[in-house]
Structures are given as structure tokens and as C-alpha cells.
Ligand binder design. Structure first.
Ligand code: SF4
Ligand code: SF4
Length: 395
């Protein structure tokens, strides 16, 4: 008789190594309320010991903000601790002229493929969705390799509008190195996080005293990459994972380092992150891309913050394969509400969504005015989704 649905099957005999691993995994308690309470108490006590208000720390990852909002962690932070989200959403920081390039190419007749949220983000005047409504061909893909599949299924030129940080840039690099078809090319708007941390650390307005670095990105770069930064800016950096206890433990360690004025790097995500990171992924990344200076939406020009294709891959670089004519865009008037959007200040850590007069009124996820309300990693969208609507009270 077959096993009842859902019952574990006996499977092949397991080694003692497997058994040890199973036991170790069972012992991992990611959602233990008693541990969460203890960590919250530590955060509150240490913040009080610092004796300043507010103590401001920044994380640079949309997934950290999602976990903080979803599990109500902000309600457990002491009033004197200001945990702010910096430029950690890949959709939000894609600059308007980069979207303009994608829109112009779509209007010139190539098939543009990109991640779903990117279609909703406005450039200077139009989004890819607007271009599609005007008759341009735009396709949603969930990965770089799906964009390659799309190119294999047609004779048309397919341009992958590639956005995101080093994590997604590695996936783009892999398809570029994987001999894609001749009708495939890449419009790279990829960004590299470490340089923007330098910019944010130097902004006098936000007075960040320590950083919680993204565990995902650090699996690739390694935690060692932050050592020079911590030394140069005399700021501590803690690498943290994405479970609620990961974040609380990371913050507890971070406030201790702030209190003790220890500008060092601590890895609180050792189950995934090493000092060196993933060497193979780094080699793939840097064999395809080179860092160049460029703007991040609403923040600043970031030296070495943008990733462009190296000369060896010029034949796959949409910017070199096509003449991108932006003039067709200027017939459209830019939306007037966008002038009130303060996305740039939010991503720099200077403002929070409730400081924007459009938040939850003219700007909501279904009709976003600014980029921060578009993506599931955007601060405004996250706050709106998890109770940040001003009618529901203050945060
Ligand atoms: S790409 Fe990964 S590390 Fe970067 S912001 Fe998104 S979730 Fe965080
Ligand atoms: S609420 Fe909307 S308009 Fe205001 S900052 Fe956020 S995304 Fe921009």
C-alpha cells in the first residue's frame, strides 16, 4: 500500500552524517519567543547604556525591512533606537534615465524583457507599462535565463533590462557567459551595494552609527569586504540573516559595538556567510561586469556603484548594439504628483514613508507615484502593506 499523503517515506538508508545534520537542524530555533524577548531586552538595555537619543542604525536590504515589518519587530525596539532602511531595494534605486533607456528601446521596436516590478516604475516620463499601453512589446520574466529562453523562441531582438544588486547580477553574468542566442542582449542597470554605503555613511543628515549588512549579498561578497569600510568610517557593520531572531541578534550585537565604539565587522550569519564569500560567483560577476560611477535614483552619483558590461561582452551590450534615441520620450509630460515624492530622502535614511504627504493617499501600491511604493522590497510598499497607513496610527 502507498504511504498516506504527507507521511514521510522510509527512503534510502541514511548515513550518520545525515542524522547529525538532521539533529542540528531540529535544534535551530528561528522563532523562539523566549530568545526574542531576551534579545529585545539586550537591545533596550544597551541602547539605554549608550545614553544618546536617537541611536540611528541602518540596514540596506529590502528583505530586512520586510521581516521587521512582517514580524512587528519595530514595536519591540526601544524608542531611542532608530532602525532605518537605506538604499536596499533594487527596483527603487534604478535611476529614471535607465528606465528611459528601456522605454526608448521598447518604443524603437525591440522586445524588452524585465522583472515584473520594473514595468511599473516610471522613468522621467513613462514606465515600461506605459510604453506597452502605447503598443510597444514588453515581457515579464522571472529570471535572466527566462529572458534567454524568450530570445530562443523568436527571431526578434530581445533586450533583457537587467536590474538588481550583486545577487541578481551574478545570474545575469551566468547567462552572458552561457552563449546566449545572437538576438539577445542586456541593458544593464545593475548596482553594487558597498560603494553606496560609503555615500550614505558620509551624509551628515542621517548620522548613521552602524550598519546591518544583508546576509544574501554577503554570501557572495563575503563579510571581509566590509572591513576596509568599517575602518575608514569608524563604523561597525554586522552581517545578519532574515529570520526575526537573526535580525534581533544582529541588532543586539550592533548596538553593543556602537556602545563600545568598536568599528569592526561581525558576522552574525555564519550558517551562510564566510569571510571570503563565494569565489566562483565573484569570478563570474567580475569577468562580465566592471564598476562605473552612476546615479542611484534620488540619492546621489555613486562612484563605482553601477555595473556595466566589460568590452569582451560588447556584442551583448544593448547600449553598444543599438542607438538609443530618447527624443521620442519628450513628447510626454512628466506626472505632476511625482514632484512631491520623497523617495530619495527615504532611501538615504533621512525620511520615513509617513513624512511623505502622498503616502497612503495618492500613492498606494495599485497606483504608485514613486518607486518606493512599487516593489515588495520598497519601504513605502512594505510600510503600507504591514500597517504603515497613516489612518492606522503612528509607527
Ligand atoms: S537583492 Fe537580496 S540582499 Fe539585496 S536588497 Fe534584495 S533581498 Fe536584500
Ligand atoms: S509614498 Fe509614494 S510618493 Fe511618497 S515617497 Fe513613497 S513612493 Fe514616493
Amino acid at each position: 500500500m502507498a504511504d498516506p499523503a504527507g507521511a514521510p517515506s522510509a527512503g534510502p538508508p541514511r548515513s550518520s552524517e545525515d542524522a547529525r545534520l538532521d539533529a542540528a537542524i531540529r535544534q535551530l530555533k528561528f522563532r523562539d519567543p523566549a530568545t526574542a524577548r531576551k534579545l529585545s531586552e539586550t537591545i533596550a538595555r544597551v541602547t539605554k547604556e549608550i545614553g544618546r537619543s536617537p541611536v540611528s542604525v541602518m540596514h540596506v536590504c529590502g528583505s530586512h525591512e520586510q521581516a521587521i515589518a512582517k514580524f512587528g519587530l519595530r514595536a519591540t525596539f526601544p524608542r531611542d533606537l532608530n532602525v532605518i532602511m537605506g538604499p536596499g531595494c533594487p527596483v527603487c534605486i534604478t535611476d529614471m534615465p535607465e528606465v528611459d533607456e528601456g522605454v526608448a528601446l521598447a518604443r524603437q521596436g525591440v522586445l524588452i524583457a524585465s522583472y515584473g516590478d520594473m514595468l511599473k516604475v516610471r522613468g522621467t516620463v513613462q514606465s515600461l507599462n506605459d510604453a506597452q499601453a502605447d503598443g510597444a512589446d514588453v515581457a515579464v520574466v522571472y529570471s535572466a535565463s527566462q529572458a534567454v529562453d524568450l530570445a530562443r523562441s523568436t527571431d526578434r531582438e530581445v533586450v533583457f533590462f537587467a536590474t538588481g544588486f550583486e545577487t541578481t547580477a551574478v545570474a545575469t553574468a551566468a547567462v552572458i557567459r552561457g552563449n546566449p542566442p545572437k538576438n539577445f542582449s542586456v541593458l544593464s542597470a545593475h548596482k553594487y551595494i558597498p560603494p553606496v554605503m560609503e555615500i550614505v555613511a558620509e551624509m551628515p543628515e542621517n548620522r548613521v552609527e552602524g550598519f546591518l549588512a544583508a546576509g544574501h549579498a554577503a554570501t557572495i561578497t563575503g563579510w571581509g569586504i566590509f572591513e576596509a569600510f568599517a575602518e575608514k568610517h569608524r563604523l561597525p557593520v554586522v552581517v545578519a540573516g532574515f529570520e526575526p531572531l537573526d535580525i534581533l541578534a544582529g541588532l543586539a550585537r550592533l548596538v553593543e559595538l556602537v556602545r563600545d565604539r568598536e568599528p569592526k565587522v561581525v558576522n552574525m550569519f555564519p550558517r551562510c556567510v564566510t569571510k571570503e564569500g563565494n569565489r566562483r560567483a565573484q569570478e563570474e560577476l567580475w569577468s562580465v561586469f566592471r564598476p562605473v560611477g552612476g546615479r542611484w535614483r534620488g540619492i546621489a552619483h555613486v562612484p563605482n556603484g553601477n555595473l556595466r558590461l566589460r568590452d569582451e561582452w560588447a556584442h551583448l551590450d544593448a547600449r553598444r548594439r543599438f542607438t538609443i534615441d530618447l527624443s521620442s520620450l519628450w513628447d510626454y509630460a512628466p506626472p505632476t504628483l511625482a514632484a512631491d515624492c520623497i523617495c530619495g530622502n527615504i532611501m538615504s535614511g533621512i525620511a520615513s514613508p509617513v513624512n511623505c504627504k502622498l503616502f497612503g493617499k495618492e500613492c498606494v501600491p495599485d497606483t504608485p507615484v514613486g518607486a518606493c511604493m512599487v516593489s515588495s522590497e520598497g519601504t513605502c510598499k512594505i510600510w503600507h502593506q504591514y500597517g504603515g497607513h497613516p489612518d492606522l496610527g503612528t509607527l
